[in-house]
Design a binder for this molecule. Structure first.
Ligand code: HMG
Ligand code: MG
Length: 297
């Protein structure tokens, strides 16, 4: 049975822009975020506190946060103690940590093994939860790793259960390089739903490298998932995951769901205004189907 309502978490300002070659100045990032909020997103990844040497595009995280904080669920990503401290200092209330299930990817992305990252994060997350923060954990390479290939679903479950024990509120389970197929999505989310607490939010995060993200969302909904990370314009990709292209486009997901009678609370025309604003600032044009249709009329 499909959900009646689906929550979309807009990740364009973070995942969407982090790998973009042209530097987008903070003023434009802030305007992009305000257009997206205007389209109705209640949850969004605004930016990340990561090394400016590793990810130069996110170097203005502090400025972006200063101008974009409000009562919505504004996530800021942080991979380590330094990032979490910076987020707290900036007044962020919704913190997203990130870890890869596979060691080789996690090493490339945050220079630690998965276990080293989990050990660093455990006391930090427990402390955040004691202090009332909302914690989201983004779990990369939950299906395939660019270096290790197919990932065992029990390894994903283990990482999820460890995070659950630490008290995280949400698990965002990611197909980092867009290699999953709908059957794998159905199976993994069925397993996770079965073993994780019903109070833990589970979200699907699909990169669309091979054009399977919409089908993967459909299959995940059939397994009971009703939250998805999407990116305006289909922007995105992790700079340390060779072969990762953009996230599934928010506008294509909004269109599909609304045609299926599933509400998202997002206004498609306003969302397209956000994609239209960011498109000319990018090194390659926005590639969503809905944006393409808009340009042809
Ligand atoms: P390192 O070199 O091992 O770290 O990198 P370090 O502790 O030696 O620090 C190096 C420098 O970075 C130092 O500065 C630190 O102060 C600074 P320096 O002394 O050289 O001037 N630094 C920081 N600055 C700002 N914020 C911080 C921070 N930490 C240290 N939090 C590190 C380790 C984790 C920093 C680095 O590997 C890094 O920044 N990685 C981030 C990678 C990243 O952002 N990846 C993309 C996001 S994840 C993703 O896209 C996947 C997702 O979408 C799901 C999916 O699709 O799979 C979520
Ligand atoms: Mg991603």
């Amino acid at each position: 049975e499909l959900p009646e309502r689906v929550t979309l978490i807009e990740v364009g300002p973070r995942d969407g822009l982090q790998n973009e070659k042209n530097f987008i100045n903070a003023k434009d990032k802030i305007h992009f975020i305000s257009l997206l909020k205007n389209a109705g997103f209640q949850e969004m990844e605004l930016t990340s506190f990561v090394s400016p040497k590793w990810v130069p595009q996110m170097q203005d995280a502090g400025t972006v946060i200063e101008h974009c904080m409000d009562d919505l669920r504004n996530f800021v990503l942080a991979p380590n103690k330094k990032g979490i401290d910076m987020a707290i200092e900036a007044g962020v209330k919704h913190i997203a940590v990130f870890v890869g299930v596979s060691d080789s990817f996690n090493k490339k992305n945050i220079n630690k093994t998965t276990e080293e990252s989990m050990n660093e994060l455990r006391p930090l997350i427990e402390d955040l939860k004691r202090r009332g923060y909302f914690v989201r954990a983004c779990i990369s390479t939950s299906f395939y790793c660019p270096f290790e290939g197919k990932i065992d679903e029990h390894a994903v479950l283990k990482v999820c259960q460890d995070f659950e024990e630490m008290g995280v509120d949400e698990l965002s389970v990611a197909d980092t390089i867009g290699m999953a197929n709908p059957i794998e999505c159905f199976d993994l989310f069925t397993l996770l739903k079965h073993h994780l607490r019903s109070t833990t939010l589970i979200t699907g995060h699909f990169h669309d490298t091979r054009g399977m993200a919409l089908a993967n969302i459909f299959a995940s909904m059939q397994a009971g998932i009703d939250r998805f990370d999407t990116s305006a314009g289909g922007l995105g990709g992790c700079p340390f995951a060779p072969g990762a292209s953009g996230n599934v486009a928010s506008e294509d997901v909004v269109y599909m769901l609304s045609q299926m009678g599933i509400s998202t609370g997002i206004q498609l025309d306003k969302l397209l205004e956000a994609s239209a604003f960011i498109s000319p600032l990018l090194s390659k044009p926005v590639s969503s189907k809905q944006f393409g249709l808009l340009k042809n009329v």
